[in-house]
Ligand binder design. Structure first.
Ligand code: GCO
Length: 389
């Protein structure tokens, strides 16, 4: 048995656009309906979590979790530039109160991939004005909600937004190989994070602030160590270095990235490949934690980790191995303070739509009925005992 430290924070994570439903005023809803979209499904009603969150939070309590990470939707709170919705701020205040009433620490993400249509319409993240636009949104949101927040994540995976939006074409604005756009978006996302950090620390409430970063277990084929480190520096270190004065780093690693003489290469022959297209690699979280601490020296929360699979037994096996890796980092003295499973429930997996199942709770997209999976029962035992079998 492996025991986690007293006070280790166990939670699950979601994101507004992936679970709320009817989230139409942002660049993702528009992208889902664009003629050249990469999306296999529109998000539609998602999990109707905008209305059903009380019942979903009750499930978290039943399973013994102590925290819930979710995002607030910029396009609901500021539907047009300079227009602020008190009703939407009240909605999220009720969500936060519902967490607190249930003994769940609310961990709020202020940007999780979606950007209001009006802010995406004139260059979006390639327009330098967006950093101040985002900071102003954070200022309004924290003024209304700050007293209720336990932890804040400024921007979710800022490194994925430029990669998928300007190089790979899978996220809005759907551009491919736009290196100039990629560089500008990267610069402005880092600027936005730094402005948001200052704004959130200055606002009401007293809570740790950081960003959540998409990371990997990076492997160099023989003789390719320098290339690997260069790729990792572009994809991770440039963000980690911008976070050194933050309160924590949110580490989110799902698989391995291999680099050979041709650059970033595909899965290794003989290693299982998941429906997401990447290797089954449960030691990713451990490797990413070690790198995040190496670069920043900051406390770490695993703010996302999980597996997209229809095989719930495989999910349990993955979590057993992944959590064993997290425990090894703690045994080595690294300051790892919590683990948030991605995700609470099966939800809208961006361009993959509803095909990928990351939840420990199933959702029937027609009836919205929730089904607690065996993996939820297994993880609940870990959470309640704070031990890994
Ligand atoms: C991400 C996002 C989540 C994903 C999850 C599974 O990391 O891409 O934070 O929205 O759904 O990672 O891919």
């Amino acid at each position: 048995m492996v025991r986690f430290p007293d006070g280790f924070l166990w939670g699950t994570a979601t994101a507004a656009h992936q679970v709320e439903g009817d989230n139409w005023n942002n660049d993702w809803w528009a992208w889902e309906h664009a003629p050249d979209t990469a999306c296999v499904d529109p998000s539609g009603d998602a999990c109707d979590h905008y209305w059903r969150y009380p019942q979903d939070l009750d499930i978290l309590v039943e399973l013994g979790f102590q925290a819930y990470r979710f995002s607030i939707e910029w396009s609901r709170i500021e539907p047009e530039e300079g227009e602020w919705s008190g009703a939407q701020l009240d909605h999220y205040a009720r969500m936060l109160d519902a967490c607190i009433e249930r003994g769940l620490q609310p961990v709020v993400t202020f940007h999780h991939f979606t950007t209001p249509r009006w802010a995406a319409s004139d260059g979006g993240w390639t327009n330098p004005v967006i950093a101040e636009r985002f900071a102003r949104f954070c200022e309004h949101a924290v003024a209304a909600l700050g007293d209720r927040i336990a932890m804040a994540c400024t921007i979710n995976e800022p490194n994925i937004v430029p990669l998928m939006g300007w190089l790979m074409g899978a996220f809005p604005p759907g551009r491919t190989q736009d290196l100039d756009g990629y560089a500008k978006a990267t610069e402005h996302l880092i600027a936005a994070h730094r402005r948001a950090f200052d704004v959130l620390k200055a606002g009401p409430g007293d809570f740790p602030v950081g960003l959540t970063l998409s990371m990997s277990d990076w492997w160099a084929e023989p003789g390719c160590e320098a290339e690997m480190q260069q790729y990792r520096a572009h994809h991770e270190d440039v963000y980690l270095e911008a976070c050194r004065d933050n309160d924590f780093v949110g580490v989110q690693a799902y698989s391995r990235t291999r680099v050979d003489s041709t650059g970033v290469t595909g899965p290794e022959p003989g290693v299982e490949v998941l429906a997401m297209g990447y290797e089954y690699w449960p030691s990713a979280a451990e490797a990413a934690i070690r790198h995040a601490v190496e670069v920043t020296g900051l406390p770490v929360y695993v703010t996302e980790n999980g597996i997209g699979t229809d095989d719930d037994d495989q999910r349990i096996r993955f979590l057993q191995e992944s959590l064993a890796g997290v425990a090894r980092t703690i045994d080595d003295g690294l300051d790892v303070r919590g683990f948030f499973h991605w995700s609470l429930m099966d939800n809208f997996e961006w361009a993959f739509g509803y095909r990928m199942k990351f939840g420990i709770v199933g959702v029937d997209q027609t009836t919205q009925r929730r089904t607690i999976k065996q993996s939820a029962r297994w993880l609940s035992e870990v959470v309640k005992s704070n031990m890994l079998p």
